[in-house]
Structure formats: C-alpha cells, structure tokens
Design a protein around this ligand. Structure first.
Ligand code: DON
Length: 569
C-alpha cells in the first residue's frame, strides 16, 4: 500500500480550464487530473488536445469525431509523440457495443530490405534505424483518421480538424516539461534539419513560451481541403519525398500513394468476467496483455497484497512467458499468419505456467517461446474518449522515439517517425526498447513493424467500463495490465490505479524494472532471495484512462507522470 499512500499525498485535485491558447472558449469545460463529469470526457497528454476533443463533443460530435480532433490537436500541441508523420491504433466501441479497430501503423517503404541497417560485417550501424531519413516508415496517421472518421464520424471532417489548424497558427504556451524536452532535443534538431524548425529558437525555451507552427498549419489545411490527397499526393507528398532525397531516405511518391490504413477485428478475451478488448497484430500489445491475464486468472490475485513479493512474482513470471512468445510469433498479419487463437487458448496458457513455482524466479534463458500448436494445435501517447451517448475511443499513436527521427519535413512542418527501429534488424539484436525478435518481424517492403501499443476497452456485464492505454514502448502492455488488475483485483479507484507505482519484466533482458520509491525494501529483498534481479528505472508509462462509475458518470485518470489532462462536462 506504500505507493498508493505516496501518490495520494502528491495528488492535489485542482480544476482549471482546459485550454490556455484560447482555442477552446474559457469556462467551456473544467480540467483536472481526476475529473468526474456527467456527459463526455477526453483524457490526453495535453490540456489543449483534451479541450479540443471536448469542444467537438459539445458541438454534437461523437467519440470518433472527438478522437480525430484530439489526434490532430496532439500533432500540434504534443510534438513529442502526437503526429501526422507517424501511426497508431484506434479502437471504437459504439453505444450498442459494436467494436472496430483501425490499424494506421506505418509500413516499410517498398525499397526496404532485411539487412538495410547492417554494415558489411553484419553489425547494425548506430543511429541508422533511429535518427536518419532511413528510420521512417510510411506515415499512417492521416489515412487512419480520415478512414475512421468517414466510417463513424457524424460532424463534417473540416469542423473536426479546424481547431488543430487554429492551434498551429495561433500557437500555444508550452508546459514546463515541454520546454525541457525542446531544450534537450535542440542539438538533435539542429543536426537533423537544414532549415531550423519551429521547435528551435536561439534562447532556451521556458514554460509559457508560445510555440507557433505556420508550416504545419498549412499542411493541416491541405488535409482539411483535399482529404487524404492533401497528404499522400500533391504538395505535401512532394515535400516528403524531397526531404527523403536530402538525406538518402527511401520513401517514394508511390509508397505514399499506396499507403492505406486497415480495419481489423480487435482481439478480446474475458478476465474474471470482464471483457478486455485490445489491439491485435501488427501490435503485439493486445496479445501480450490477454496472454498475461489468461495466465494469472487461475491464481487468487485478489487475496494477495498489492505489490507484495508473491503478487509481483506472479505477474512477472507471466510477463516473461508472454514476451518470449512475442519474439517468436508476432509480426504483420498481412505477411505471416499469426496464431492468435492458439496463443490465447486457455489450455496453452495453463501449459505455459505449468513450470511456475511460487517461490523461485525462472531464468529467462530457460524460458523458450512455447509451442501453441503442440497442445492442439522511450515517447508515444494514448488518449481515451467517452461521448455522452456511451460511445468510446481508445487510441495510441506514436512517432516511436521522442520527436521521432527529429527530422522535420521541410516546408511541411511535421516530424517524421523513426518506427523502422521496431522491426527486428537482425535476429536477437535488441531494439530501442530492448526487445528481440526474429523472422516474423524482419524488414520487408510494405510490411508493418511489430508494435507494443495496447489501446484497450474493458466491458463489465456487457457495458462500457474502462477505456485505457499508455505510451512506454515495450512497457505498454504491462502498464495497461497493472491498471486493469489494480481496478479489478485490488479494488482501486481509477486515480490510484493509474498513479500508483509500476514494475515491468519483458523476458529479455532478465530483470524487473521498478519505479523509484514504489516498492518497499523488504519486498525487494524478498524478490531477490527468490532469484529475481531488480533495477530501478525511470517512470513507466503515462496512462490516460476513463472509468464509468456505477451511476454512469465518467471519471478520468490522467497520469501524474506527465502533463496529462482530463477534460469533460
Ligand atoms: O509501437 C511501438 O511499440 C513503439 N514504437 C512505441 C514507442 C513508445 O511507446 C515510446 N514511448 N514511450
């Protein structure tokens, strides 16, 4: 309980207005980290984007309209991860309970090939998959937003995108955290770009300084006026290709013209009677989450003390096994058949835990991926939306690293992703998040790189209950897992469930990373005596969640780890 107390002391509930820029009229909706509201709610990484989402809800938009407005607003007010040069996954649950997912994950350009980041000796060239023009996949966000909006939105698209355009033109005051991010990345921006982007100024950024992005505003206007053609062909596409040519990148006009997002069925399974709906391949997030939940369900987590050695040991052992399967089996389903049903089979998951002992850590090198056929066979951003009709959106979007590749498309004002690093560059070589993989996730032209993004929606007795997701690379599924178990098994309210300390294990490297101050020293000692290795690490995830209270009101859980903000009315 130490970490709950620790967090409670620091959480001070203060309601403010959503938008400082003035794009959202003052007094339109209150903002707070843990707001409760009757009608609609948006929880995202920045108060400007949350405010814009609520503005759209108040205009009569549904959750998809608000989500699309929030996504474009994040591309302006949260350039660390919000984007039009990246991709993501968005799940919609309409008021009748129908669910759908749009996969707007980037694709490898047609000219990409397996060994493209290796030198003659077969070693990965440092920085090539993370900081160069070659590190970008073909962006998916704009097509994803337009397709999803066309299918489910009710307000006209131009109304939904307009607040983001206004925000880019008018500018907004950066938060203290953003000023720090921009200052930390200054050298990288200068190195990566020929013409200095809006993110660089001669003096240091300070809290409250205005960030205006006129080039980005013009790009967003082209998207408003021409839809997908405003990005994937014409002027913007030419600018992207020209930018690529400047730095030996390989994204072509043909790659852009051929890019399409895909509607896929979300993956889902029951956990203690709750239906958990999440993103399947090419994200590994939902499979990892559902595998872990399936592995721990037979155990009585509720009877274990929160953050006790036994509860941490149980989750960690399940995490190791799920991540070992990820490395072997998961990748782009359009290229390889992914054994989703077999991986989620309860008999298989029980078999995976057959060698679990409650007093001894298993060594990761002794845990191989399973054989599901044998039985029978460091910046992303998440936002959650609930509309007054009961529709909900859970969406996670990313450039991969903070500010992506750091390369701003000249004249178009947006950052390109460095998502190619999510491929397995060569077997067993850890990526930016320490994840290893093999053939299924090797590089091929037109393939989507495996993701960990885990936007999720949880139903209780057939009704909307929880909308949740997080950034954090490989730690995303285990972060979402802990919010779910904190609510379902440990009975926390959403604020505690989101804010309390977290830990993570991903099979390889073989250690438990835990947030500073979150575990008692006696717990750490006990886990060590059981054979676990533990390491303090920087904060894990930045959750944005909404829970439905029994009386139908919505309560936001905006993580204290960032500038996250819940707005509602
Ligand atoms: O798709 C993925 O799994 C990664 N590109 C996500 C990166 C991320 O979450 C970084 N955030 N902290």
């Amino acid at each position: 309980m130490k970490s709950i107390l620790f967090i409670t002391l620091f959480v001070f509930l203060q309601l403010k207005n959503c938008s400082n820029s003035g794009i959202v009229p003052k007094d339109m909706s209150p903002e707070g980290r843990n707001l409760i509201s009757k009608n609609g709610m948006v929880v995202s990484a920045h108060h400007e984007s949350s405010g814009i989402g609520v503005l759209i809800l108040k205009k009569g938009g549904n959750a998809v309209d608000a989500a699309v407005a929030t996504e474009f607003a994040l591309a302006v007010c949260y350039p660390e991860a919000g984007n039009i040069g990246g991709g993501g996954f968005m799940i919609y649950r309409d008021p009748t309970g129908m669910t759908d997912l749009v996969d707007y994950r980037e694709k490898a350009p047609a000219k990409a090939f397996r060994d493209m980041y290796l030198n003659k000796e077969g070693e990965a060239v440092p920085g090539l998959s993370t900081e160069s023009h070659l590190s970008s996949g073909v962006p998916g966000t704009v097509d994803g937003m337009i397709s999803f909006h066309k299918k489910y939105g009710i307000l006209p698209f131009n109304e939904v995108i307009q607040p983001a355009i206004d925000l880019a033109k008018k500018g907004f005051p950066v938060t203290a955290g953003q000023a720090e991010d921009l200052n930390n990345f200054k050298a990288r921006f200068i190195k990566a770009n020929r013409i200095l982007p809006a993110f660089v100024k001669s003096e240091q950024w300070k809290k409250g300084d205005t960030l205006r992005q006129p080039d980005l505003a013009k790009t967003l206007e082209r998207i408003r006026d021409a839809g997908r053609d405003g990005f994937y062909s014409g002027e913007t596409a030419k600018m992207i290709v020209k930018e690529m040519e400047r730095g030996n990148g390989i994204i072509s006009e043909d790659d852009l013209a051929k890019y399409h997002s895909v509607f896929r069925k979300p993956v889902s399974e029951y956990y203690r009677g709750y239906k958990v709906i999440s993103a399947g391949p090419p994200s590994g997030g939902g499979i990892i989450l559902l595998q872990i939940l399936g592995m721990i369900e037979p155990f009585h987590l509720k009877e274990m003390v929160f953050h006790s050695p036994e509860s941490i040991h149980l989750l960690v052992e399940a995490e190791k096994r799920a991540f070992a399967d990820r490395a072997e089996f998961l990748g782009d389903p359009d290229f390889t058949k992914i054994p989703v049903t077999a991986l989620l089979d309860r008999g298989y998951l029980k078999h995976r835990m057959a060698d679990f002992t409650n007093n001894r850590a298993s060594e990761s090198l002794n845990i191989c991926h399973g054989n599901p056929f044998m039985e029978h066979g460091e910046e992303t951003t998440h936002y959650s939306v609930v509309d007054p009709m009961g529709g909900a959106v859970s969406a996670t979007t990313t450039l991969n690293g903070t500010f992506g590749s750091g390369i701003v498309v000249e004249g178009a004002g947006f950052l390109m992703n460095n998502q190619m690093d999510d491929f397995s560059l060569k077997p067993n070589l850890p990526n930016m998040y320490g994840l290893v993989g093999g053939k299924v996730n090797s590089i091929e032209g037109g393939k989507r790189m495996l993701s960990s993004m885990t936007p999720s929606i949880i139903e209780k007795e057939g009704k909307l209950f929880l909308v949740v997701g997080s950034p954090g690379g490989s730690t995303i599924p285990t972060t979402v897992l802990q919010v779910i178990t904190n609510v379902i098994d440990f009975g926390m309210d959403i604020r505690q469930a989101v804010d309390t300390g977290r830990f993570h294990h991903q099979w390889l490297p073989d250690y438990i990373g835990y947030e500073k101050g979150s575990l008692d020293s006696s717990v750490i000692m006990k886990l060590k005596s059981m054979g676990h290795t533990l390491t303090v690490r920087s904060s894990l995830g930045r959750v944005n969640a909404i829970i439905l209270l029994p009386d139908g009101r919505k309560m936001g859980g905006a993580d204290i780890r960032g500038d996250n903000s819940a707005c509602g009315y």
